[in-house]
Design a protein around this ligand. Structure first.
Ligand code: NDP
Ligand code: GDR
Length: 323
């Protein structure tokens, strides 16, 4: 039986990846950071909380990572743990760098010291492209990160490439563009919108405050994207891949779709709050997934409109259940 260790297993991607690996017959271990309140709600939502073995540890704590590897003896390690909210990275630049940047180095060192044959996946990000000059971004597009989060991800990315080249680790970076789902964190814009649309429709909220709604993102469904992570580790050679849909949509258009789906006009409810603008913005992201399609045979199955409808439906069900 193959076994996998996932850091960030309580996050959106960790939960979907765990579910997919369980379905493929893996024994799944998850690194879980100590928190004052439980963080396993996503695993419960997907009905897999009792099927995963959780091991306490933290990306900033190398001994805990070595312990997790020694206990789980994984053949594959997926590093999905991060302080992943871009906005918070300006408020907490040092802790973001420790977790999202130095944390990657800790995992790589833990692998090197314990079992260098472990196949390693690093969750790189389209935020690394930042101020883009290429109208469509691929594996060869230069990085120009625009937030402490983006800078930390560039560090993790290059450390992974460097450990692959220096120590011949089987290490891959998936440069994933934004991907969302009904279990997306509420602070991210798609989920903020789907939750607000549900509450407005059900008479629980009057308006939705947003920042820069002219920003554009290439949004896909997290459930599709975890398949690409796994495929990268099944190849003969470790490489880096862009994972995206190849379509970009503004926050404004995404709002329009979400409100229209429940018969409302977004212009009646969306209020711009200049306080929600970021100190430096990534204005537009659009990924070219051609390499992933050619080598991995991977393609996004869910388009942004279907994704938003799925999220609004889930939030309407949630808000009704609260009542
Ligand atoms: P989430 O924010 O949903 O999950 C992050 C996970 O990291 C949580 O399980 C969290 O644990 C864990 N974590 C945070 N700090 C630590 C720490 N110090 N030690 C151990 N674990 C920690 O992120 P996503 O699932 O959306 O993203 C997964 C990864 O992919 C992240 O690295 C993210 O940066 C990256 N990424 C995401 C994209 C997206 O659009 N979703 C796109 C590109 C990259 P807890 O629950 O306890 O807070
Ligand atoms: P992003 O996602 O920063 O791309 O990072 P987010 O959903 O936070 O922002 C997307 C765009 O929407 C604009 N925006 C708002 N964003 C939020 N969160 N809240 C608002 O009210 C709001 N109004 C406008 C933002 O300015 C931005 O332009 C996500 C994370 O998952 C990262 O971890 C990951 O690496 C990248 O996607 C790829």
């Amino acid at each position: 039986m193959k076994s996998a260790l996932i850091t960030g297993v309580t996050g959106q991607d960790g939960a979907y990846l765990a579910k997919m690996l369980l379905a493929k017959g893996y024994k799944v271990y998850g690194l879980i950071a100590r928190r004052a309140t439980p963080t396993t709600w996503r695993l419960e939502y997907l009905g897999i909380e009792n099927e995963i073995e959780l091991i306490c540890g933290d990306l900033t704590d190398l001994p805990s990572l070595i312990n997790a590897i020694e206990r789980s003896k994984p053949s594959e390690l997926y590093n999905l743990g991060a302080q992943s909210f871009v906005g918070t990275s300006w408020q907490q630049p040092l802790s973001t760098t420790q977790v999202t940047g130095v944390g990657v180095l800790n995992v790589l060192e833990a692998i090197r010291k314990t079992d260098p044959s472990i196949r390693f996946y690093q969750a790189s990000s389209s935020e690394m492209f930042g101020m883009v000059h290429d109208p469509i971004q691929s594996e060869t597009t230069p990085f120009y990160p625009r937030s402490p989060y983006g800078v930390a991800k560039v560090m993790g990315h290059w450390m992974t490439v460097n450990y692959r080249e220096s120590f011949r680790l089987f290490a891959c970076c998936g440069i994933l563009f934004n991907h969302e789902s009904p279990i997306r964190g509420i602070e991210f814009v798609t989920r903020k919108v789907s939750d607000a649309v549900a509450r407005i429709k059900l008479g629980k909220l009057k308006e939705l405050q947003l920042g820069n709604i002219d920003a554009k993102r290439d949004w896909g469904f997290a459930g599709d994207y975890v398949e690409a992570m796994w495929l990268m580790l099944q190849q003969d050679q470790p490489q880096d891949y862009v994972v995206a849909t190849g379509r970009t949509t503004s926050v404004r258009e995404m709002c329009k779709t979400a409100f229209e789906y429940v018969g409302l006009d977004y212009e009646d409810y969306v209020v711009i709050d200049p306080g929600l603008y970021r100190p430096a913005e990534v204005e537009m992201l659009l990924g070219n997934p051609a390499k992933a399609k050619k080598i991995l045979g991977w393609e996004a199955k869910t388009d942004v409109d279907a994704l938003i409808r799925m999220m609004v439906d889930a939030d309407i069900a949630r808000v009704k259940a609260e009542q």
